[in-house]
Design a protein around this ligand. Structure first.
Ligand code: C5P
Length: 218
C-alpha cells in the first residue's frame, strides 16, 4: 500500500461514534499499530492553549507550529506522540480541548503538518488509523476503509457515560462543513452504523469485511 509494504486500515466517523474502541480492538487482534489522529489535533490544541496564544490570531497559531517539535513513534504496539518532549496524556480530553480542537483542526497549515506526521506512521508499521479524513485524504489509496457512525442520541449517551463535557453536535458541524478535508464518507468505505450493535458485533463485521477485501493477515 501507498508505495511501501505496510498496510493501513482507515476508520473515520463523527465524534463518539465508537472509532477508538473499534480501532483498538482491531489493531490488537491483527497486531497492527493503533494511531488515533484526533489525539494529534488535540495535542497541538493543548500546546497552543498552554502557550497562551490567542486562538483568533491565525498568524500566531500557525507560527506556533514552527516553534515546536512534534515527535511520533511507537512503544510496545502503542503509538506515541510528544510535543517538545512532553506527552499531554489525559489533559487531551479536557473540556477546554473539546471546545477548541475543531477550530484549530480547520486550519490548513495545521493539517498539512499533522497529515505528514500521520503518513509517517505507515513507514514504521502496519497501522489502524482513526480520524475524520484518513480514508479520504491521508491514505486515499488503501482498500481497507471504514466509516463508523451512530445516531446523535447514542453518541451523546456514550460520551456522557465517559463523564466528559463535549458538545458533539457543534464539533461535528465544524468538522463537516470546513473547507479543508471535511468529515465525509469515502466512496469506497464500508459504512457501519453502530447504534444498535455492541462492540463485539462491530469488530466481527470489520474483520469479515477486511477478509472480503483481501487482507491476508485476518
Ligand atoms: O477523534 P477526536 O474526536 O478525538 O478528534 C478531535 C477533533 O480533531 C475532531 O473533532 C476534529 O476536529 C479533529 N480531527 C480532524 N481530523 C482527523 C482527526 C481529528 O480534523 N483526522
Amino acid at each position: 500500500m501507498q508505495g511501501d509494504e505496510n498496510n493501513v486500515i482507515t476508520i473515520d466517523g463523527p465524534a463518539a461514534s465508537g472509532k477508538s474502541s473499534v480501532s483498538s480492538r482491531i489493531s490488537d487482534k491483527i497486531g497492527y499499530l493503533h494511531v488515533n489522529s484526533g489525539l494529534m489535533y488535540r495535542a497541538f490544541t493543548w500546546s497552543v492553549l498552554r502557550s497562551g496564544i490567542d486562538l483568533d490570531n491565525l498568524d500566531s497559531v500557525v507560527g506556533h507550529l514552527n516553534s515546536i517539535s512534534i515527535n511520533c513513534g511507537q512503544s510496545d504496539g502503542i503509538s506515541t506522540l510528544t510535543i517538545d518532549g512532553l506527552d499531554p496524556g489525559i489533559e487531551l480530553k479536557a473540556s477546554e480541548i473539546n471546545e477548541n480542537v475543531s477550530l484549530i483542526a480547520a486550519i490548513e497549515e495545521v493539517r498539512t503538518v499533522l497529515v505528514s506526521k500521520q503518513r509517517g506512521y505507515l513507514k514504521i508499521a502496519n497501522i489502524v488509523m482513526e480520524g475524520r479524513d484518513i480514508g479520504s485524504v491521508v491514505f486515499p489509496e488503501t482498500p481497507y476503509k471504514f466509516y463508523i457512525d451512530a445516531s446523535t442520541e447514542v453518541r451523546a449517551k456514550r460520551r456522557m457515560a465517559e463523564g466528559e463535557s463535549d458538545d458533539l453536535e457543534k464539533r461535528d458541524k465544524i468538522d463537516t462543513f470546513r473547507k479543508i478535508s471535511p468529515l465525509l464518507i469515502p466512496d469506497d468505505a464500508c459504512v457501519i452504523d453502530t447504534s444498535e450493535m455492541d462492540l463485539e458485533q462491530v469488530v466481527l463485521k470489520v474483520l469479515n469485511e477486511l477478509k472480503a477485501r483481501g487482507l491476508a493477515t485476518v
